[in-house]
Write a protein that binds this ligand. Sequence first.
Ligand SMILES: Cc1cc2nc3c(=O)[nH]c(=O)nc-3n(C[C@H](O)[C@H](O)[C@H](O)COP(=O)(O)O)c2cc1C
Length: 234
Amino acid sequence: MQDILKIIQERHSVRAPFNPERPITRQDLRQILEAGRWAPTAHNMQNFEIIVVDDKKVLEEIGNIKSTVSDIFIQENYQQLSFSEEELLHKKVGILGTMFPLSWRTPGVKPIAEEGRSRSFPVCPTLLIVLYDPSKRAPASEGDFLGIISLGCMMENLWLEANSLHIDFHIVSSLGSGPVEKEVKRVLAVPENLKIAFTVRLGYVAAEPQRTLRVRRDIKDFSHHNRFGNKIID
Ligand SMILES: Cc1cc2nc3c(=O)[nH]c(=O)nc-3n(C[C@H](O)[C@H](O)[C@H](O)COP(=O)(O)O)c2cc1C
């Protein structure tokens, strides 16, 4: 049994390709879903459904669906990127711009032919497609705000459990909107009333990935004592 804080601190995103020949065992999958099952949800609505995709043909079909990076992504992405590890260490929030092709991290720059604007995600043996029903909201929760927080709680449970089993985990948001979502829903025969909340790539990295710098604000940067602005003295 690992210490829970250690599991939380070591949980991380793995964006590299996974070994397509190393599937997640049934037992591990069950354990990950069990962790999701016990997530707290507003009003105990349990407002999610999860499709486990491990059929190679279906994975390929989903993998072939191309999404396009929008101008709004490029604009908003640019605003929170850092362009060196020093800058990221100083800012303590956001991610490194070098993760993206030049034209995706620079507003106004036209993509060079090979990078284009289309994106697909790296291979993996298992995908979890997490769905929710926006009409099943917790009482009086405007914009289903509480339901969406609940999905986040569920996501974290899946993630911590997977990482504690040494299974790599990558959230992919790009399948959850526009024509891409429609196409994924068609491939998986998802009922009309359900929306894709997020997708998870699960697996084991194919090759040792490059180290990625992970930063966080210090506790004193976001905590306040009794009233906003009063610093907690360490
Ligand atoms: C709601 C949500 C959506 C995310 N969407 C993506 C995504 O589409 N692609 C991606 O590579 N990472 C995605 N991430 C991962 C975050 O970028 C990542 O958690 C953050 O940069 C901190 O890095 P860490 O997970 O390694 O600690 C998402 C995370 C959350 C919570």
